[in-house]
Design a protein around this ligand. Structure first.
Ligand code: PHE
Length: 451
């Protein structure tokens, strides 16, 4: 494999954090927390992050850095040349196409919203008008496609530039900006009257609302949010240098990811609660219908603040979506580049073109193809179901089984301790989790989804 690397340790962490921090944190987390009782959900979600998410993320790092190969080769090599594992390694490649296609649809919406915020398109609109506009936009046959295409093209250009000049540089620019935006937005949101009700919702758990479904939703959210199970992080880890401390990096990335999710809650819930009559249980439309209206009502007395707040918020979403999409595309590009010797730019363009076509199909499922369903699901929901509910849990499970049971333990120990040069006090706990705890938990979610 022609060796490309992340040039710095911080670049490696920011790139992995860029993959993890995405629409999952800022769009999906508040939605799930809103629907699952707030604080109790947050606690359970953080528990799953620590217990399952971090160990699986570290496992992806181990596989990637040790094998120094694209996904399917990684499993093949590390299993000692077993064909079945090579085939298994193709699953992430196929899912890479699917996940990027439907993720780009929502990413495209966020870009359209950033544009709307930029031209002050929400000002003076009633909640009903904003809701109706959103419905009109997403069901339209043409306009969403333009935004999806822009997102995919920018994504393609960054990946085509390469690991250091494209992905690492992109993460080094976008991630710090994202952190600054988040801080500004949290401060603004805190200054709203009634913000304390939002904090109460997010930090005072009411466990009476916790059901089996809450547990499962929290676990699914932890996986999606950390990007584990699809091997995007395996690919990134092939670019880690030998002195990167995999366990520590895993903990850092998960911490950043969790903090961003909590901050998204800190931005959104005080804003929602500051307006009487609104509840945080609006579901997926929370970010696209409730919030534009919330921002303008909440900061009604200061139109400039309202304008800046919504613009920053949607730009934040766009950047978060972009750094995650980059990791999705890179996993597939690395496969074609290294295994089939397709040049990086050509692979990026080809895969982007396929994803654009699939993305268009997903987008149509909100409008002109609304009636076309497979197993009762439109294309968008079908892709989401296949990726988030089938492939991510199965992928996480296989990664644990692979490293816990198939690969020689010495490989695992050497990678975690950097050939014995690092102390790894939690190594035994980690190994216990990937051998027993994680596979059993994942199997439980998985079975539950099909019962
Ligand atoms: N973790 C990303 C998010 O929170 C989504 C993602 C899933 C990215 C799978 C890569 C792989 O939005």
């Amino acid at each position: 494999m022609g060796k490309e690397n992340f040039n710095s340790k911080i670049g490696a962490i920011l790139a992995a954090a860029g993959s993890a921090v995405g629409l999952g944190n800022i769009w999906r987390f508040p939605t799930e927390a809103g629907n699952n009782g707030g604080a109790a959900f947050l606690l359970i979600y953080v528990g799953f992050m620590l217990l399952l998410g971090v160990p699986i993320m570290v496992s992806e790092f181990v596989i990637g850095r040790h094998s120094q190969s694209s996904v399917s080769q990684s499993f093949y090599k590390m299993s000692g040349g077993k064909k079945a594992w090579k085939l298994m390694g193709l699953i992430p490649v196929i899912s890479g196409f699917l996940v990027l296609s439907y993720y780009a649809v929502i990413a495209g919406w966020t870009l359209f919203y950033a544009y709307q915020a930029g031209i002050d398109g929400f000002a003076g609109k009633t909640p009903d008008e904003i809701g109706a506009d959103f419905q009109l936009f997403r069901t339209d046959a043409v306009s969403p496609l333009i935004w999806i295409a822009i997102i995919l093209i920018v994504n393609c250009m960054i990946v085509a530039l390469g690991v250091e000049k494209g992905i690492e540089r992109g993460a080094k620019i976008m991630m710090p900006l994202l952190f600054v935006f988040i801080l500004v937005l949290v401060v603004c949101s805190f200054s709203l009257p009634g913000a304390s009700a939002g904090l109460q919702f997010l930090f005072h758990p009411d466990f009476s609302k916790v059901t089996g479904a809450t547990l499962l939703n929290a676990m699914g959210q932890a996986f999606f949010s950390l990007s584990v199970g699809l091997c995007c992080l395996c690919t990134y880890a092939t670019y880690f240098k030998k002195d990167v401390n995999l366990m520590k990096d895993g903990v850092h990335v998960a911490t950043i990811d969790t903090l961003v999710a909590v901050c998204a809650g800190l931005i959104i819930f005080p804003a929602v609660f500051s307006i009487s009559g609104l509840t945080p249980t609006e579901g997926p439309s929370l970010v696209f219908v409730t919030l534009p209206n919330v921002f303008h009502q909440a900061f009604g007395a200061y139109p400039v603040v309202a304008y800046c707040f919504s613009l920053l918020f949607y730009l934040l979403l766009v950047m978060a979506a972009l750094t995650s999409s980059i990791s999705m595309l890179e996993m597939v590009v690395a496969y074609f580049h290294h295994e089939h010797k397709v040049s990086r730019p050509l692979a990026s363009i080809g895969i982007t073109a396929v994803c654009l076509i699939l993305g268009i199909i997903c987008s149509f499922s909100f409008g002109i193809w609304e009636d076309i369903t497979i197993f009762g699901l439109g294309f968008f929901d079908l892709f989401d179901f296949i990726v988030a509910k089938l492939i991510m849990p199965i992928g996480g499970l296989l990664i644990c089984v692979f490293l816990g049971w198939i690969v020689d333990e010495k490989v695992l120990h050497d990678e975690i301790t950097n050939m014995g040069t690092l102390r790894a006090p939690y190594y035994k706990v980690y190994r216990f989790i990937i051998r027993y705890l994680a596979p059993i938990c994942i199997l439980l979610i998985f079975i539950n989804q099909f019962l």
